[in-house]
Design a binder for this molecule. Sequence first.
Ligand SMILES: C[S@@+](CC[C@H](N)C(=O)[O-])C[C@H]1O[C@@H](n2cnc3c(N)ncnc32)[C@H](O)[C@@H]1O
Length: 190
Amino acid sequence: MMGKFNHKIEYQFQTPPSVCRYMVSLLPNGIRSVLEPTPGLGNLVSALWQYDVTDPVDYFLLDKNRRFDAVVMNPPFSHRTADLENAPKGYGTGLKVGYRILVECMHKSDTVIALMPWFTIGDSDVRLRYLKNFGLISVTALPRKTFQYARIQTVILHLQKGYKGETTFKVFDLLPSVRSMQEASQIELF
Ligand SMILES: C[S@@+](CC[C@H](N)C(=O)[O-])C[C@H]1O[C@@H](n2cnc3c(N)ncnc32)[C@H](O)[C@@H]1O
């Protein structure tokens, strides 16, 4: 897929296929319509081939009141990689942009699988409480090498509105489908 932001694409962060597959695997049964709000080159869209996917060229031109069975997303984290041409005035700067897109998507669906920077939960009790109150099933830590162009610490947030149970912490490298435990144990720690 080629969107209108291709001139910037090489500087941005497309989700690796193995991570896309993992994110899609978190979707519960019974989901049909899925929003991928900021599709970029379409890696997540490809992994969502079994679903009825909406992948807007410009997220900000999407009908604000439209609801979906689920949202699967890796938004631009900051205003530097977001196209804000059609965003509401004063939408935000810096790393608030990605978080604002996440919060908006939490109003579009009860099921949200979001790849976000660690700081989303790491540097704000208010944000963490907000996510927890919505329903935070799990947090999966991704390796720092996930993205080709930058070492950035990211997590996958598995959100389900109304979920009141414990939040599970997972490590992507150690998930059986990603790397065998034997292989993982051979990694040098020091
Ligand atoms: C972190 S990348 C992830 C791309 C894709 N979601 C994925 O998971 O591979 C964020 C993407 O958001 C796209 N983007 C930025 N502003 C956008 C907008 N207003 N509407 C739709 N996409 C946008 C960029 O082109 C970029 O590819």
